[in-house]
Write a protein that binds this ligand. Structure first.
Ligand code: PXP
Length: 264
């Protein structure tokens, strides 16, 4: 991994974390073992992913405990475990020791992670979870809305990383709301600068596609993008190697300032 310290003068290498949750969603639709999220993770890494992200949800609707165990045991690349800040999840993380844990809000009835974590309101369980994970040598990331109060609170919680929620930006892009897209990109860019200045490593994710990843990848403070649903969906048409490879190339071009018009 690159050093990516706050004192770097040039933008850091931009890592791609591929979220393989929805390979498990397809597997679980029929039970059984196919398609295997570990196989997908290995393919994604061969195609240029720098790490793998998996969300162990409380209801185990996609990734299972056994998936986390296998991913950690078999992958040489970093595993980023997304999870709610609960005693159960904290115990699993301390047993499996992923490279990073991204703490996310979780509601059982939601389809995906809606909105960022409330880090501003005092939350002793969240504070305790951050401390226990860090003490075990796990890097702690907080999935937050791109706003100043959340960044300030994340720094006070002693997180290593903030992952900025790009969901609103991507939803506005889907409905071609140009003014809304410009406003959200400014919000994400401002938040990235603030977080970097506060000594936090800056990641982003949620809803990113070929059309929307480039503008976020071009932000010099960004260190990692985590992308899942779109890449797994695209893999149906052209294969995972192609979808991950195309996203990797697009991010590299955006970071180098040589982005061509995104296809979709
Ligand atoms: N980052 C976080 C914290 C998430 O919760 C998710 C969704 O699981 C993602 C990134 C990836 O989002 P998507 O699947 O929409 O690319």
């Amino acid at each position: 991994m690159s050093p990516n310290t706050a004192s770097d003068l040039s933008p850091p290498y931009l890592r791609l974390g591929v979220n393989i949750d929805h390979v498990a969603t397809v597997r679980n639709a029929r039970g059984g073992i196919h398609p295997d999220p570990l196989h997908a993770a290995q393919l994604a890494i061969s195609a240029g992913a720098d790490g793998i992200t998996a969300h162990l949800r409380e209801d185990r609707r996609h990734i299972t405990d056994r998936d986390v165990e296998r991913l950690k045991a078999e992958l040489a690349h970093p595993l980023n475990l997304e999870m709610a800040a609960t005693e159960e999840m904290c115990a699993i993380a301390l047993r499996r020791l992923p490279n990073a844990c991204c703490l996310v809000p979780e509601k059982r009835e939601e389809r995906t992670t809606e909105g960022g974590l409330d880090v501003v309101r005092p939350n002793p369980l969240l504070e305790r979870t951050v401390g226990r994970l860090r003490d075990a040598g796990i890097r702690v990331s907080l999935f937050i809305e791109p706003d100043a109060a959340a960044i300030d609170a994340s720094a006070k919680l002693r997180a290593d990383i903030v992952e900025l929620h790009t969901g609103t930006y991507c939803e506005l892009a889907l409905v071609s709301d140009a003014a809304g897209v410009a406003r959200e990109l400014r919000r994400i860019g401002d938040a990235a600068r603030l977080a970097h200045a506060a000594g936090l490593e800056v990641h982003a994710g949620h809803g990113l596609t070929y059309a929307t990843a480039g503008a976020v990848a071009a932000m010099p403070e960004m260190v990692e993008l985590n992308i899942g649903h779109f890449l797994i969906g695209e893999a149906i048409f052209g294969g995972l190697t192609q979808s991950v490879g195309r996203m990797r190339a697009l991010m590299t071009e955006a970071r180098a300032g040589t982005t061509k018009q995104a296809g979709r």
